[in-house]
Write a protein that binds this ligand. Structure first.
Ligand SMILES: Nc1nc2c(ncn2[C@@H]2O[C@H](COP(=O)(O)OP(=O)(O)O)[C@@H](O)[C@H]2O)c(=O)[nH]1
Ligand SMILES: [Mg+2]
Length: 165
């Protein structure tokens, strides 16, 4: 099982929906923020991957779902600078959990369609990625995404299918 975490409204549901069905996001898609958890079954090259989205408002309960997790996708909304430092603290509390000490992490900087290119560096700075990468033993990869343009979709799918060393 892969889990998808991130603050409320960071774009988890839209990301997983667009990974599941490319082109499924349109103006008629209503966004209801996820309260419990939602499981998305994503088929890549005839193989099925289960990804569980855990609602951002459930952050205190996240660790309940860490058992048996193989990979973590962490979604951060780069268009919302106010949320980024909170996202960083949350990410840190996730990564120090011993259950996840060998689990690869994909940090998805999403809503790139809203932000300017240089937002990436600014966001990484605010997330204190350098420090995180130094202090933590997990392998953290960083990628950019937009559920609107679906730019970056392939990179995420590749990461999902990659064998865990
Ligand atoms: N422009 C833009 N808006 C997005 C993107 N991803 C999500 N959103 C919007 O952000 C809001 C929250 O998205 P949602 O996927 O429900 O967030 P969740 O709470 O993390 O599941 C919704 O209004 C989405 O339409 C994106 O890549 N680009
Ligand atoms: Mg959601």
């Amino acid at each position: 099982m892969i889990i998808c975490l991130g603050p409320v409204g960071s774009g988890k549901t839209l990301l997983l929906r667009s990974l599941k069905n490319s082109g499924s996001i349109d103006n008629t898609t209503t966004a209801v923020s996820t309260t419990g958890t939602d499981i998305f079954s994503i088929k890549i090259d005839e193989k099925k991957y289960q990804i569980r989205e855990i609602g951002g408002c459930m952050a205190p309960l996240w660790p309940k779902y860490f058992g048996g997790v193989k990979k973590v996708i962490y979604v951060v909304d780069v268009s919302n600078l106010c949320q980024i430092s909170a996202a960083c603290v949350l990410l840190y509390t996730v990564l120090v959990n011993p259950v996840l000490k060998n689990v690869p992490i994909l940090l998805v900087l999403t809503k790139m369609d809203v932000s300017y290119r240089q937002m990436r560096n600014e966001a990484l700075l605010m997330l204190q990625m350098k420090r995180l990468q130094k202090e933590l033993r997990q392998k953290i990869e960083i990628t950019e995404y937009s559920a609107i343009t679906e730019e970056g979709r392939k990179e995420i799918l590749n990461w999902i299918t990659k064998k865990v060393a």
